[in-house]
Design a protein around this ligand. Structure first.
Ligand code: G3I
Length: 494
């Protein structure tokens, strides 16, 4: 029997919610990016959030008991990547036997401290477990897809973005695919992985991630052509990660390169930034930060470690904190750039772009807010449906001022509306011509990386009725109890 919201409220979830809301000022923030923050933020994560972006780091489970390390990580960063603990060798040490202990240690710490998680990495030719290294052909393909499905399902709803495939292009100056046992299973292995990841976790952004792709060159153009092809054929890809392991100079076309990918209709993320210590380190860190701020679809930046002594690049001192945990000049340069930056648009974490189209994925069911049966009629009911990114699942936020928005259907041009201006629990959500009335306006509150839509007229939350997980489940309003069926992930699709 399914537990209803009413039952959960009776069993004390309402009180727990109130307590959570009172203590978790950290995670309950308005989504709308502040155009003119009253005061410059004093940490990287807070400053990036004001620009609608995140600032993250990679964490190693083995270092988490170091109080200096974990203290800096907690204070400065709001996006966390496991440096090694979610890779194939860590999560599936023997075939079909999964091990999430160290990955969970990092993910749970991040989430309990109000941070989001980047998943790294589902498939990569390196750090494959020994058993997978011994497979080839169909057996390897099946094992790889099973791995994607199982791991993405396990972490479903907890991952902001997944590196679905890592480093699949060669450094041959021709933009070819890298030769690997995975590649030898057939050129379609990458798209097969993306399709499996989407089916397993419809709410996570799905990224392709690589290095030496930071400027416009043969390798990045190879990736670009693949992404363009995926977009044209409907292969589910949402983002491209640029590792940005940089030396003492950076490509002059760094920003232009990010922009050409964004123009294909994907988000871009700097995923493993570290820069060789030298005269230019602080300036280069600022330049990377400014490039991300200049591109509306740049979601955020992750640096690959906390202190220089934590870096995989021994001796390069490539990070923002020295071995003692002191802020380096590079740190100040990044923070100043974030605080000064114009914040072009926001990349999908922490701000709403009223020029964009979003699919709203329910946290409980993984299904998308959908105009039932492709209707364009007044009064058509709104349901949830398996995500397909069709126009009936795309919504634009239209500002009504004062932090309220209407949600306009891309299919019908009509807006989400609480039927008959009802203030009752269970009243249906329908589509109706835009009159900018209070029953068509919603405020937006964030919980983790999800949003709640609260009706201006009734004060109630938009939810999937009865926490249904079925296609066609009704969308209604209900008293806000913080349920997963009242939380939606905004996935930008256009
Ligand atoms: O933990 C063991 C230790 O017990 C053992 O004694 C030691 C012996 O070498 O190895 C330790 O494991 C090492 C592990 O890092 C943890 O420190 C592995 O050998 C080492 O190979 C592994 O390196 C990681 C590397 O990926 C593997 O390819 C780095 O930490 C990690 O920063 C690095 O990250 C990659 C990204 O995933 C993808 N992009 C490039 C980036 C840098 O190489």
């Amino acid at each position: 029997m399914r537990t209803t919201p009413e039952q959960l409220t009776r069993h004390g979830w309402g009180r727990r919610t109130a307590a959570l809301a009172a203590t978790a000022g950290l995670v309950l923030t308005m989504l709308v990016a502040l155009a003119n923050p009253a005061q410059a933020a004093s940490t990287l994560g807070a400053s990036a959030a004001e620009k609608g972006r995140y600032f993250g780091t990679a964490i190693a489970a083995g270092r988490m008991s170091d109080s200096t390390y974990i203290g800096i990580a907690n204070r400065e960063f709001n996006m966390i990547t496991a440096e090694n603990e979610m890779k194939w060798d860590a999560t599936e040490p023997s075939q079909n036997s999964f091990s999430y202990g160290r990955g969970d240690q990092i993910a749970n710490w991040a989430r309990s401290n109000g941070k989001q998680v980047r998943g790294h990495a589902l498939l990569w030719h390196a750090q494959m477990p020994g058993w997978a290294q011994n497979l080839s052909g169909t057996a390897l393909r099946n094992a790889a897809i099973n791995h994607v499905t199982k791991v993405a399902t396990y972490y479903r709803g907890k991952i902001h973005s997944w590196d679905v495939v890592n480093e699949a292009f060669a450094d041959d100056g021709r933009g070819s695919r890298r030769d690997s046992s995975l590649q030898r299973t057939g050129n379609d292995w990458i798209e097969a992985a993306f399709r499996a990841a989407r089916a397993a976790d419809p709410g996570a952004k799905l990224c392709y991630n690589d290095y030496n792709t930071d400027g416009i060159n043969a390798k990045s153009t190879g990736v670009y052509n693949m992404v363009r092809d995926f977009k044209s054929r409907g292969v589910p890809i949402d983002c491209v990660g640029f590792q940005a392991h940089l030396g003492t100079s950076m490509p002059g076309d760094f920003q232009a390169n990010l922009q050409r990918f964004a123009d294909l209709g994907v988000d871009v993320q700097i995923t493993e930034l570290d820069i060789q210590q030298g005269g230019n380190q602080a300036n280069m860190y600022a330049a990377v930060t400014n490039a991300c701020l200049a591109i509306a679809r740049c979601n955020g930046i992750t640096v690959w470690g906390v202190r220089d002594s934590d870096s995989w690049r021994t001796g390069a001192n490539p990070l923002l904190f020295d071995a003692s945990g002191n802020k380096k000049a590079a740190y100040t340069s990044v923070l100043n750039a974030l605080n000064a930056g114009g914040g072009n648009g926001g990349g999908g974490n922490g701000s709403i772009d009223t020029g964009a189209w979003y699919v709203l994925v329910n946290r409980n069911s993984g299904k998308a807010l959908d105009v039932y049966n492709l209707s364009t009629a007044d009064g058509a009911r709104i349901t949830q449906w398996s995500r397909n990114d069709g126009a009936q699942q795309q919504w634009q936020f239209v500002s009504s001022g004062d932090g309220y928005y209407r949600l306009k259907s891309r299919l019908s041009g009509k807006v989400l509306d609480v039927t008959s201006r009802s203030t009752a629990d269970g009243a249906a959500l329908i589509q109706w011509p835009d009159a900018n009335s209070a029953n068509q306006q919603f405020s937006i509150q964030t919980i983790d990386s999800y949003v709640q839509l609260i009706s201006r007229n009734s004060g109630k939350a938009v939810e999937v009725q009865g926490a249904s997980t079925a296609d066609g489940g009704n969308i209604v309003q209900y008293s806000d109890w913080n349920g997963a069926n009242q939380q939606w992930q905004l996935v930008r699709v256009g």
